[in-house]
Design a protein around this ligand. Sequence first.
Ligand SMILES: Nc1ncnc2c1ncn2[C@@H]1O[C@H](COP(=O)(O)OP(=O)(O)OP(=O)(O)O)[C@@H](O)[C@H]1O
Length: 301
Amino acid sequence: MLEVKNVTLKYGDFTAVDDLSFEVEKGEIFGLLGTNGAGKTTTFRTIMGLLYPSSGYVRYEGDFVSYETVDKIGYMIEERSLLTKLTVKDLILYFGQLKNVPVKTILERLDYWLKRFNIVDYKMKKIKELSKGNQQKIQFISALINEPSLLVLDEPFSGLDVINIELFVEVIREYQQKGCTIIFSSHQIDHVESFCERLVVLEKGKSVISGLIKDVKNDFKKHNIKVIADGLDAEKVLGIPGVFGCTKDSKEWTIKIESEDVAPSVFDYIKTLENLRKYDVEQASLSEIFIAKVGKKYEEA
Ligand SMILES: Nc1ncnc2c1ncn2[C@@H]1O[C@H](COP(=O)(O)OP(=O)(O)OP(=O)(O)O)[C@@H](O)[C@H]1O
């Protein structure tokens, strides 16, 4: 288990992470979300033992992070910090040996991952010659080279096309099934929603939403009604008490309501429309909850 307990991290007088606590169970994929500058990378660096909290602590499997625990961790950082003049092979050898993996094992694992990520031909290429997406694959391989039991992934999908996102997702799921503890950040809330059971949302270093995604969604009262029908009059819908939005996206209307209790009065109007093909009351998406709570367009951050 990874335990982050009352962690406060300061850069000089500036508090980047403020009294943050959460736990990630073995075999869990946990999401860390936040707008730009919210403190995600700082939290990850603290988990890795690269930064020391001014108060609080981080423990992994009961131990404070040390050189020994670092051997068990795979870390994929957001910035392109790869040593760009090295070849892929030399870079992975460097990272693998830092984590005390024998050379023969590193090379075997490297061949496996290059094949898996469809980049066998890049083994002797310099990092700087690779595209952004392929550099991301090398970052991922460097995180996996020690077969970690804790994976810390800062924006793992950034710069990847959908096919490669799927490839990464497959590998992350495999690691989860092997019992690996995984924490990751993403600006794409959809990834977090489909991947994680629990999350923390940071805003200016503080946790503003935390817990099971299912509970976060259940606690959020606002709902959406999806309607496909002819002749819907948005003005009329907006006149129904408890309705605060009514927009059309190609054929489908989205009616935003303050709570599920408003749905029957909306339906009283909708059932009078011609050619009604769809009427669904849905929970708000995690992205909508984020925007409502943090007050910013998260996915544009
Ligand atoms: N070395 C540093 N010295 C001073 N301030 C820093 C340093 N690193 C980060 N910060 C500040 O700490 C805050 C948190 O930064 P951090 O990189 O952790 O955010 P983030 O959530 O990862 O952001 P992003 O999504 O943009 O990557 C920001 O306000 C940032 O400017």
